[in-house]
Write a protein that binds this ligand. Structure first.
Ligand code: FPP
Length: 245
């Protein structure tokens, strides 16, 4: 599939990514630059989420994983944590119709159990409601950390070995992958990080092994359809060798 760039130029007919992962950084700086509270930046950031979901649907990209709240984010000031939880509650309410109309399945990766109970219930409800949707799977990484995910997988494997359900000699990469939160999904073909920092920040540590990385200085609230199409176009121009020559 190819698509038209903002300029109208036709993109090279390379495959589109099947899975896009995004570190949505820069909400705080976006707000501070305007002398607004960081929370206002997160509100704008939530609007940018809608734009990228729409863009993935438009292009036919089947998996999108957004880093919305990390295990480390629990150390932020309580007011900011509460505001982010409030935005997630609002997201579940306001996006319900849009996700349904657009055949989008919602999925959560991370420790959903650490979230406030009402939010857990709302997320679980929307996950169940959208479970049969097949055009796009939207993974929200919530209370997510890559090391935590790998440690949880290791624990599950150890328990399966102890229970006699798994032969330790058979444990390989597929076994680990099958115990991660992303089991059954393709690894991300590309990682986008907004806000300019050159870090992975404990995101999808196992799954990003061969992902193409794109860091843009654009702050997340300013990252819209055009920025996304431009980066997908750059992805289509990159040669991927997966360690081969
Ligand atoms: C990083 O910006 C962003 C976050 C910690 C939260 C991301 C949340 C949203 C985009 C909004 C809510 C999400 C949904 C799905 C409704 P930062 O605060 O670290 O920015 P800074 O680096 O400029 O300080």
């Amino acid at each position: 599939m190819s698509f038209n760039l903002p300029s109208g130029e036709a993109a090279a007919p390379r495959p589109l990514p099947r899975h896009v992962a995004v570190i949505m950084d820069g909400n705080g700086r976006w707000a501070q630059k305007r002398l607004l509270s960081r929370i206002f930046g997160h509100e704008k950031g939530a609007e940018a989420v809608r734009a990228i979901v729409r863009s993935c649907r438009e292009l036919g990209i089947p998996f999108l994983t957004l880093y919305a709240f990390s295990t480390e984010n629990w150390q932020r000031p309580q007011a900011e944590i509460s505001a982010l939880m409030g935005l997630l509650r609002r997201f579940v309410e306001t996006e319900r119709a849009e996700l349904t109309q657009n055949n989008v399945r919602l999925h959560v990766i991370g420790c959903i159990e650490r979230l406030p109970e009402d939010l857990q219930a709302a997320l679980r409800g929307l996950m169940a409601e959208t479970a049969a949707h097949s055009a796009l799977q939207l993974n929200l990484a919530l209370s997510y950390g890559g090391r935590d995910e790998i440690a949880r997988a290791a624990r599950a494997i150890a328990l399966a070995v102890r229970a006699g359900r798994l032969d330790p000699e058979s444990v390989g990469e597929e076994t680990v992958a099958a115990h991660l939160d992303t089991r059954g999904m393709p690894d991300p073909d590309m990682l986008i990080r907004t806000g300019g920092d050159m870090r992975i920040s404990n995101f999808l540590l196992w799954q990003l092994a061969y992902s193409e990385i794109f860091v843009t200085p654009t702050l997340w609230p300013d990252f819209g359809r055009e920025s996304f199409l431009q980066i997908v176009h750059e992805f289509q121009l990159r040669e991927r060798r997966f360690g081969r020559v």
